[in-house]
Write a protein that binds this ligand. Sequence first.
Ligand code: SAM
Length: 416
Amino acid sequence: MQEALVLPSGVVLPGVRKAGALSPKRPAVETAGLADVFPYYAGFSFDWACHQLAQHEAELVDSGTVLDPWNGSGTTTLAAQSLGFNAIGLDLNPVANVIAKLRAQEYSQVEDIGRPKKRTDVCVEDDPLAAWFAEPTVRRIRQWVKVGEATGGPTRDLLTVALFRAIRATTKQFEGSNPTWVKRAKDAAGTLSIASDELDAIIERHITFVSARVGSQSSTRPISVVTADSRNMPIASDSVDIIVTSPPYLTRIDYAVAYSRELALLGINISSDRSLRADLMGTTLIRRQATDSFPFGETASNLLSLIQKHDSKASSGYYLKQAQQYLHDLTSGLDEITRVCRNSATVHLVVQDSFYKDVHVPLADICIDEAAMRGWSLKSEPKRFPVRRTLTSLNKSAQIYKKGDVAESVLTFSRG
Ligand SMILES: C[S@@+](CC[C@H](N)C(=O)[O-])C[C@H]1O[C@@H](n2cnc3c(N)ncnc32)[C@H](O)[C@@H]1O
């Protein structure tokens, strides 16, 4: 018999696995909640998000609001929608928001998307896609983009995600052992030239795949997916009931570099315009404004002092600044969470510990400490899930340092 999640009110969500010891980590293959349409880095499991929200039916059923301030591919907003709750998802990465919207839209009718005519009036000067593709290939991709612009609405998002997939599939050679550090061609000779008919066939295959996946979707409630900064949320104070979220971790994942190809499709060149990359939490760029005088709790301060004292190159310089900047963004996000939440709110936070060289980065304990400074206490014991494959386990130069195991933790907070 197919598994299902049954809410106290009797609402049934078929196909959702039983709670048990369900981890927030997305399984290697997850099709629930359209997770396979564009598997987003560090996305959590749809089934897990459904179970987190299902416990709060009483608070949410009429007019309560769910928020995910680091919404990524929109797992939280989709889970909330599937259960019939209002939800807002914020993310500063516009790529994430295209995917989140696609997953939550209703496609009662997927319009036919025909091959674009070969036009010459498409400008490809200074096109950011030229970092991977030769000019005729860029031109053909832009002709497909124009088809989406002419159609608008959900079909445009569908085509955009199909193009994200097609670009990923054809540019694998620019991914290194760390899949989040996407390289660019060294020069024009290193770019890819794909014959127009071959490229069209690839794009059409991805349109067919995405159309088939979203075709069965029916939405119960419109949700709100907004491109916005978790350090400055466009949300009224005291208005949110439940948060289910996962911020970037202190693992040097640069989301703008990881999604540089998709951002290029959206017209954003992260090499010439560094503003988005600099603003994303966890960025490896150091901003001009200093963040070193920001007051942190004891656990975060201890970590900073261990990094500063580390004898490896740049620990007391660049790496200290990067960690300070990360902690500044994390705590600014927690300040905003505190402002927008009602007094009765519950916050479910998924975070992963990591290592800087051989220094343990206790992100879960840092969050517990920083949340306590803002009036939040743990509502239940943290749930910890061991993490088997981390980015440092893929990074050869990082392997010279002896490290312990790391865990992903689910922290549940309430006020008082
Ligand atoms: C761990 S991912 C969230 C994944 C999400 N739970 C899912 O299932 O797809 C963290 C997200 O935070 C976003 N982010 C980074 N800095 C941000 C900021 N300042 N404001 C809002 N979102 C930000 C990143 O773009 C990324 O999508």
